[in-house]
Design a protein around this ligand. Structure first.
Ligand code: EPU
Length: 335
């Protein structure tokens, strides 16, 4: 279905009031394939979106926004240990997680309550509480924008990194994700290594997929605003990756500064901590602000423009750089 001059207010969790020239929603892969060969698709800029939970619109969009309504979840294959589940790109991520927990399939439970839809999960390799989508993705099915052909990428073809994949670089604007196949465990192995996670789960009694999911939901609700209550795009910035020696040097000056090993020579600093140290937590500038419970999250108190959010973000980046000589980069994509 093709709409013209469509409001995106309910298609971006930041709640920015903009429109798109065209909005195309498809219920089958074939519908998408034939649309991509149409004049409108060939002549305009195309932007596939999921739940719009990682986007910041700076102005009206003069092209076509594509939104998947592919909602199937089907078992592709299974063996003694694993089940391979093919999930349509339009499935709401958290309803997929709920489905896995209900069926006793292990792997995605730590990713409970992440906003957005399945199609975006490989693009930015969503992650939380010690687990990333790349740990569970078996393959990704995409449609070529150029000729509508269907291509399958194995996990290793996706070149996953922290909030990163080949779809953000070499293959940007070339393919549209239509389904993702996940490899899940029939006998779950729980991953409770993230900070306080194990003790929080144990407070609920026996460890199970259900108690892990409940715990994660409770932690997220205590730190992150619900998009339907307060506009935001989750973490606005990524955690910066720096040389280990640089971090150790910085830690001499700031002994409480947390960081997490990434490789032999690099570490991930905490943007939340850096921003907090610069005194931003809970600050509000007119319609925008820094969330009081998690300074990595920028919020729209109502009526904010994308440009207002960007200028707050720039001020934050500048003050973090002045104090720590560390550059923090947005995780959110500006449109
Ligand atoms: N911290 C502060 N002040 C605060 C809050 C946190 O200093 O007010 C410091 C603390 O040292 C804390 C550390 O920041 O230990 C980490 O905080 P948290 O556990 O909330 O995780 P994060 O690194 O800030 C990342 C992801 C989140 C994900 C959590 C949990 C990114 C950009 N963000 O945040 O993902 O839920 O870990 O795994 O990697 C998202 O991407 O939208 C998102 C919410």
């Amino acid at each position: 279905m093709l709409y013209e001059n469509y409001s995106l207010l309910h298609n971006n969790t930041f709640g920015i009031d903009v429109t798109t020239r065209y909005f195309f929603e498809y219920e089958t892969k074939e519908e998408l394939q034939s649309f991509l060969q149409s004049e409108i698709a060939k002549k305009n800029k195309l932007l596939p979106i999921g739940g719009g939970s990682n986007l910041l619109f700076l102005s009206d969009f003069e092209g076509v926004i594509l939104h998947s309504q592919l909602k199937e979840i089907e078992i592709e294959n299974e063996d003694e240990d694993f089940i391979f589940v093919k999930v349509g790109s339009g499935v709401v991520w958290d309803s997929f997680v709920q489905h896995c927990v209900d069926n006793g399939w292990g792997g995605v439970e730590n990713l409970s309550l992440i906003p957005g839809e399945v199609g975006a999960s490989p693009v930015q390799n969503i992650g939380a509480y010690g687990v990333e989508a790349k740990d569970l993705i078996y393959s990704v099915e995409v449609v070529s924008i150029k000729d509508s052909s269907v291509v399958e990428f194995a996990n290793s073809d996706c070149r996953f990194g922290y909030r990163d994949s080949v779809f953000k670089h070499e293959l940007k604007d070339k393919f549209i994700v239509v389904s993702v196949t996940f490899q899940l465990r029939k006998n779950p192995i729980y991953n409770l290594d993230y900070q306080y996670l194990k003790s929080e789960v144990e407070k609920r009694g026996d460890c199970s997929l259900k108690t892990i999911r409940e715990t994660i939901i409770e932690i997220r609700n205590s730190k992150l605003p619900l998009p339907e209550v307060l506009g935001s795009a989750g973490s606005f910035f990524m955690n910066p990756v720096v040389e280990k020696d640089f971090a150790l040097e910085l830690q001499k000056k700031y002994p409480l500064m947390p960081f997490y090993p990434l490789s032999e020579t690099s570490v991930k600093l905490s943007s939340a901590w850096l921003i907090d140290q610069c005194g931003w937590k809970g600050k509000r500038i007119e319609n925008v602000g820094v969330y009081e419970k998690q300074p990595l999250v920028l919020v729209n108190f109502g009526g904010a423009s994308g440009k207002e959010v960007v200028s707050l973000a720039e001020e934050i980046q500048q003050s973090v750089f002045e104090k720590f000589k560390v550059k923090i980069k947005p995780e959110v994509i500006f449109v």
